[in-house]
Design a protein around this ligand. Structure first.
Ligand SMILES: [Zn+2]
Length: 469
């Protein structure tokens, strides 16, 4: 246990008052005039170096990069295949083994471990004030098929690192702490959806990559899908939620910035766009007599790209799929169906982008005699902004640690987006080398992982001290 001043934990050495040292020197001088030069020299060195020594010993607690990297490597063994990829899809044998390993690490960090009815692993550390709600932080350890070893894993290993540092140094917090590893993030945020009470019966019947349905999978990991209400946490029952995660984009790596303070998880809307042309003989129909749905699709795709690019802001719009009917080299396409996806942090902005696209589509459709219809698909997820105060606290933590940071949206979905519904939520990003993710080439350096965990620790302690109150 180390002395704690406020929340800065440091080693301190008492520095004797300068006057006392001078007095002592004078007394010594009277008695031992012949050894005066030597003593003066020694005293001078002592007086000058003592504060420096004390300063040098003052150090923030920071995460251990070697320990974190070693644990990331150990975790990557569960589901590793010969090509260097990791397939640890939720509810698979590899996932079960990985979960066992995580629970061992949690116990080693002094946490009391349980699995809630949704299969979320929760490691708890009591606080000194029983009336306070817990501060929760964590991520997930399941992967996509053929994925990497950092997406999710860094957030869970980082959260355990925080718990372990507090445990090793005997630091007590006022709030209880709960370290969470969510169930089946990659399969649709299953664990966090359950935690906010929005895991539907229909979702439970979806078959996952493991071959099990989500319902069967939750049973397999020790949960109980028939009693999901016990996993639900009410709004206000969690003091704060923080997720440390790799960026999965290339901005931090490219700009050489240590930390991303996430402004929110972008909203997503999808449409099926149908273009009605007229299927006709590709050899006998003159060019000026055609109603070619494919040509309209090409023009519309370029217009969508131009609109999303030219509008100020960070919105993105994508045509990712296209199907032409009847789909033969010698037939003018009579119908084309393409996908439209729009993402942004601001729902109004998303609507604005869509309205502009729709107006342009009407113009293109008229000019080419090929009407265009938009049908929105029911998979929309609204933007999930993080807590403003939390962004400030995370930024200050990075600043205190001498780390550079920038605000940024998350273009990918995370459990944190669900948690914004029940708790003040923040996200900490660390760089992904070359922005590669969901790939065996995914990589984040040990130093970057440890930076993220150190910012997480400082954020948790600041919240514990009332930074959000
Ligand atoms: Zn993830």
């Amino acid at each position: 246990m180390l002395p704690i001043l406020g929340r800065s934990v440091y080693f301190s050495f008492p520095v004797p008052p300068f006057s006392a040292i001078v007095t002592a020197a004078t007394l010594v001088e009277r008695r031992f005039r012949d050894k005066i030069m030597l003593l003066r020299t020694i005293l001078c060195i002592t007086v000058l170096t003592w504060p420096l020594l004390a300063l040098a010993q003052t150090s923030e607690i920071s995460a251990d990069p070697d320990r974190m990297e070693q644990r990331i490597k150990a975790l990557s063994a569960f589901g590793a295949n010969d090509s260097g990829a990791t397939t640890r899809v939720a509810f698979s044998e590899a996932d079960l083994a990985g979960r066992k390993y995580i629970m061992e690490l949690m116990r080693e960090a002094g946490l009391t471990v349980r699995v809630d009815t949704a299969g979320n692993i929760i490691g708890r550390r009591e606080g000194s004030d029983e009336s306070l709600p817990p501060i929760m932080f964590g991520s997930h350890i399941d992967s996509v098929p053929g994925g990497g070893n950092y997406d999710g894993n860094v957030g869970v290993i980082g959260a355990i690192e925080v718990a372990q540092l507090l445990h090793e140094r005997g630091i007590e917090t006022r709030h209880p702490l709960e370290i969470v590893s969510f169930t089946d993030e990659e399969g649709g945020l299953t664990g966090s959806r359950a935690m906010i009470g929005e895991l539907t019966d229909r979702a439970l019947e979806v078959t996952t990559h493991s071959g099990l349905t989500i319902r069967e999978g939750i049973f397999a990991v020790g949960g109980d899908p028939n009693r999901l209400e016990l996993a639900v946490r009410e709004p206000g029952s969690i003091a704060a939620f923080i997720e440390l995660h790799i960026e999965q984009g290339g901005i931090l790596d490219e700009e050489k910035i240590n930390i991303g303070v996430v402004e929110g998880i972008v909203g997503i809307r999808w449409w099926d766009v149908t273009i009605d042309g007229f299927a006709n003989h590709a050899g006998t129909t003159p060019m000026n007599k055609r109603r070619d749905a494919m040509v309209t699709a090409a023009e519309l795709t370029l217009a969508i790209n131009r609109i999303a690019t030219d509008l100020p802001g960070r919105q993105v719009a994508t045509v990712g799929k296209i199907r032409a009917l009847p789909g033969a080299p010698n037939v003018i396409p009579g119908e084309v169906v393409l996908s439209l996806e729009i993402r942004d942090l601001d729902a109004r902005k998303m609507q604005q982008v869509f309205d502009l696209i729709k107006a342009e589509a009407a113009r293109i459709g008229d000019a080419r005699f090929t009407p265009i219809r938009f049908a929105e698909i029911d998979v929309a997820s609204p933007p999930a902004p993080t807590d403003q105060q939390m962004r400030r606290v995370i930024g200050a933590a990075a600043d205190d640690l001498g780390l550079s940071y920038r605000l940024m949206p998350s273009g990918a979905g995370h459990d944190a987006q669900d948690m914004t519904h029940i708790a003040p939520t923040g996200m900490i990003f660390v760089p992904s080398v070359k922005g590669i993710s969901h790939s065996p080439k995914e990589f984040t350096s040990a130093v970057d992982m440890a930076n993220g965990a150190s910012v997480l620790l400082k954020t948790v302690l600041a919240i514990d001290d009332g930074a959000l109150e």
